[in-house]
Design a protein around this ligand. Structure first.
Ligand code: RAM
Length: 889
């Protein structure tokens, strides 16, 4: 067989449960030994049972043979899908020769509860008034009997708060902090679990622990009980028996509840767990409910209940301490060797009542104590009280920390290598990208970028994981999203975040600076210095995020869904401009730049143009020709207004004269030809006169190296990449950073720590250079005309100290690779891999010396050459001399 099908996926998941879209999208990967292999047609069957599908009967939908090369995001278009049902599907395809493949393996998905009236239970919990303390963790349980054999059992659940499910003594699923963070005033996500294998004929027990989470615990700097006072739980277990009967077990006031060993728990403030009052058997049938009370039915929820879109938060790795030592204070310090996010698993044995305190910090101070000042009001401490029965292992339930160092106070005996294990926790976005160079310092930077992403993508893209903030800052999200999507599959993560953003779009059309909403305006009004009706570069995330998801995943739906919201944003910006020039109130500017304040109105006008340009492209993709034309013209007008207002026509000087103003003007295409060269020259001068250092903040930094490379200043881009004196990326690496810092000067050898008021050591924004590394250094890029890597653009830019780069991206079509080496005499070798059913254009640096016979040569307008290839692995060679490198190196 010349072609085979791998990984049939629905909505980019292997086996999604509880989908609530009527038009799920199918994707599959193709594999073939034949080069240049493509798909020419597919047939897709959807059946209501595995048996039917095995007989090749698509009783739900048979697409018939569809002549197309589309193999990702193929929309279901059969009859309506039923609530709660499972569906089975497979696909076969025809290759370039018209030969049919075998059927794919069977894919499966289930539908969620499509109509809110299908929720039969009550929201349960314990009602307290606003002045009383809440139970930190409320345990609820219900026993039931399954009279006959169970064929299928699906559990739907959600909470106002966060919850953990247990069934017959075991935890259900591996999710943490479900149902995730949304603006609970608007919507709450529910989760779906297949628990068929855990239900027994006879007695069963279902239980849950409910914590305060974002709903009633502390959120950011805004205090607690932001959304409500009483955490609540809603569960529904649907049983289908072998005999065809069904039964629903749903939460109501026949359930029982108790507070238990969780004495304190809060996302930002840590947890206290007293194992002496834990009940090992509380989620098993037959448990004696001494002291338990009847659960209270609370008010019905008035927001929307929607199926979870984003990947659940999970533990994805465990880290052992690399160093353990005893402090003069008598405590023990553990260095995990990596700034990480999550918590530790503590393994310990000791007498009942022993109190152990586990404290967490990102850095150590000079005297080897934990640096915790930067946590502001957050408390990164977990306290355990031992039960005293042999070895006990503790992990917190509803809190998380950002840390590398762990201090344990009260250990009854000397620690072992497994006494403290770091549990790495984040939204489980699958890793898809890899990047490695010949330079260990650059590799450490790459690792720091990846760890920053891991730790901060927790239900929403947060800015930081340690202090009392951890908010979904939209500016950070947009500047990093392209890097993020090379590193990991963030399609669903950001589809969910777009919901948070549009839920919080203002009636006037402004996208927020923070999402989800959590009393944000109320907070900002008390801090007028924070307040602006919109923030350039932050609100623009509402356009940049959907556009990036389209580029990277060929996701048209994200554009369709958000089209009106984006259009309202542009209209808002226009209405709040003076002849297309924006005001200077947007107060973050090029946040945390170094002695280089970009004027806010310059930045805001530039972003207004950029959002408008992207929106015109989006309109074009969706076939809204009128809009496409109109907004493209508007983009031209804003660009001209920008030039008139801010650019000196004689010198090309742009108001503010920071690196960022030139970068924005060039990258967003705001300058006419004549002024472009002047801007490039001035940008170069500014960097040179700054001792070959950047000065850009959160926004400028994302476009800095791409702008240099696109304007022929490759070697300067590499100079900045390799720079290791302050300020630079490698300055922090040189000083032992294992994540990206919030600020260039978070710690310096001259000043020590920056103000603890705002000094996170795990903030991903300045790591947006990852995009340049994938797109330009390794040279793997998308073609916006054929997005999702359907047409791959390989254009590596060798340079700097690098003698090799190896990168890969697992795209929707399969694995893309670009690996190059550069030998001293200028011999450049490039190996690329192109997935089946895609094609690529290769552009080589220097003079081509070796081109595979399959490659079709194209002459480009600028006189350079490019090569068109189909699927397969190919090697190219060229002769390339680094312009700025001494020949001897
Ligand atoms: C800070 C955070 C965040 C940034 C805003 C403007 O609180 O550093 O990352 O987006 O300010």
């Amino acid at each position: 067989m010349s072609i085979s099908i791998r990984r049939p996926r629905v909505e980019s998941m292997d086996r999604p449960l509880g989908l609530d879209t009527q038009r799920p999208r199918f994707s599959w990967l193709l594999e073939s030994d034949v080069r240049g292999q493509v798909q020419t047609a597919y047939q897709l069957l959807v059946a209501s049972s595995k048996e039917k599908l095995e007989q090749d009967a698509g009783d739900q939908w048979d697409s018939g043979k569809v002549e197309t090369d589309q193999s990702v995001q193929v929309e279901y278009s059969g009859p309506a899908l039923s609530s709660g049902r499972s569906y089975y599907w497979k696909v076969k395809i025809w290759d370039g020769e018209g030969t049919a493949s075998a059927w794919s393996e069977t894919g499966e998905w289930s539908m969620g509860l499509l109509d809110e009236t299908e929720w039969k239970g009550q929201w349960i919990g314990r009602r307290v008034d606003e002045d009383s303390e809440l139970p930190a963790g409320l345990y609820v349980r219900k026993e039931f009997t399954a009279a006959s054999a169970v064929k299928r059992a699906m559990l739907y659940g959600t909470a106002l708060g966060v919850y953990e499910l247990h069934l017959n003594g075991s935890r259900v699923g591996e999710d943490y902090f479900a149902p995730g963070w949304t603006d609970y005033n608007v919507r709450t996500q529910y989760q779906t679990y297949d628990v068929t294998a855990s239900i027994r004929q006879g007695a069963n027990a279902l239980g849950a622990i409910v914590g305060t989470g974002w709903y009633a615990g502390h959120v950011g700097m805004m205090g607690r009980r932001i959304y409500g006072t009483n955490p609540a739980l809603l569960l529904q277990l649907e049983l289908e028996f072998e005999d065809g009967t069904t039964r629903i077990i749903a939460s109501d006031d026949s359930w029982t509840m108790s507070t238990g060993p969780l004495h304190y728990s809060d996302l930002l403030m840590g947890e206290t767990f007293d194992a002496r009052s834990a009940w090992p058997d509380w989620a098993r049938p037959g448990f004696q409910e001494a002291g338990w009370m009847k659960a209270e039915a609370l008010e019905p929820y008035t927001g929307k209940l929607v199926s979870q879109i984003d990947p659940p938060v999970r533990v994805t790795e465990s880290l052992q301490a690399q160093k353990i030592w005893r402090t003069p204070r008598g405590t023990h310090l553990f260095d995990l060797g990596q700034n990480m996010v999550g918590w530790v698993a503590l393994k310990v044995a000791g007498p009942a009542g022993t109190r152990i305190k586990v404290s967490h910090a990102e850095m150590l101070q000079d005297d080897n104590t934990l640096y915790t000042e930067n946590l502001r009001r957050a408390v990164q401490e977990d306290i355990y009280i031992l039960r005293g029965e042999g070895t006990e292992t503790f992990e917190p339930h509803f809190t998380f920390h950002g840390f590398r160092y762990v201090e344990v106070e009260g250990l009854p005996s000397e620690p072992q290598p497994d006494t403290v294990i770091g549990r790495v926790v984040h939204s489980d976005t699958a890793p898809v990208g890899s990047l490695e160079t010949s330079d260990p310092m650059v590799n450490q930077l790459i690792s720091n970028i990846r760890w920053g992403q891991r730790g901060n993508y927790l239900s929403v893209p947060t800015d930081c994981p340690q202090r009392d903030e951890r908010l979904g800052w939209t500016g950070d999200a947009q500047i990093f999203i392209r890097t993020a999507s090379y590193n990991m599959d963030v399609a669903r993560f950001f589809a969910k975040f777009m919901v948070d953003m549009t839920d919080f779009q203002s009636p006037e059309g402004a996208f927020p600076d923070v999402a989800p909403d959590a009393n944000w305006f109320e907070f900002k009004q008390e801090h007028v210095e924070w307040f602006a009706p919109d923030n350039a570069g932050w609100g623009d995330a509402g356009v940049i995020i959907p556009w990036t998801l389209y580029l990277m995943y060929e996701d048209r739906r994200i554009l369709e869904t958000n089209y009106d919201a984006m259009k309202r944003w542009i209209a808002y910006l226009q209405a709040n401009s003076n002849q297309l020039v924006r005001p200077d109130y947007a107060n973050y500017g090029d946040w945390l730049s170094i002695n280089a304040d970009t004027p806010k109105d310059v930045l805001a006008t530039a972003y207004f143009a950029y959002s408008t340009l992207l929106f015109s492209r989006i309109a074009e993709v969706l076939g809204h020709e009128e809009d496409a034309r109109h907004y493209f013209e508007l983009y031209g007008e804003i660009s001209r207004a920008f030039v008139n207002a801010y650019v000196n026509p004689a010198t090309g000087m742009i108001q503010g004269d920071t690196q960022t103003v030139y970068v924005l003007a060039l990258y967003f295409g705001l300058l006419p030809e004549g002024l472009k060269a002047l801007a490039v020259k001035r940008l170069e001068e500014l960097i040179r006169s700054n001792g070959d250092h950047l000065s850009t903040g959160f926004l400028g930094v994302g476009y800095l190296l791409p702008t240099l490379t696109e304007n022929g200043l490759d070697s300067l881009a590499y100079t900045l990449l390799h720079q290791d004196t302050f300020p630079s990326w490698l300055y922090s690496v040189k000083h032992g950073a294992t994540t990206i810092w919030e600020r260039w000067d978070g710690w310096t050898d001259t000043e020590g720590f920056q103000t603890p008021e705002m000094n996170s050591f795990n903030h991903y924004s300045l790591g947006s250079v990852g995009e340049w590394m994938y797109r330009y250094m390794a040279g793997i890029d998308v073609d916006p005309a054929q997005p999702g890597f359907k047409h791959i653009l390989f254009q590596p830019h060798p340079g700097g100290k690098l003698s090799s780069v190896r990168a890969s991206v697992e795209s929707g079509y399969g694995l893309i690779e670009s690996a190059w080496t550069l030998e001293p005499e200028g011999r450049f070798t490039l190996r690329v891999t192109v997935p089946v059913n895609t094609h690529a254009t290769v552009m080589l640096p220097g003079q081509a010396t070796g081109v595979p016979s399959e490659a079709e040569e194209l002459g480009l307008a600028d006189g350079s050459r490019a090569y068109r290839i189909g699927s397969g692995t190919y090697q190219f060679e060229s002769k390339w001399m680094a312009p700025s490198l001494p020949v001897s190196t």
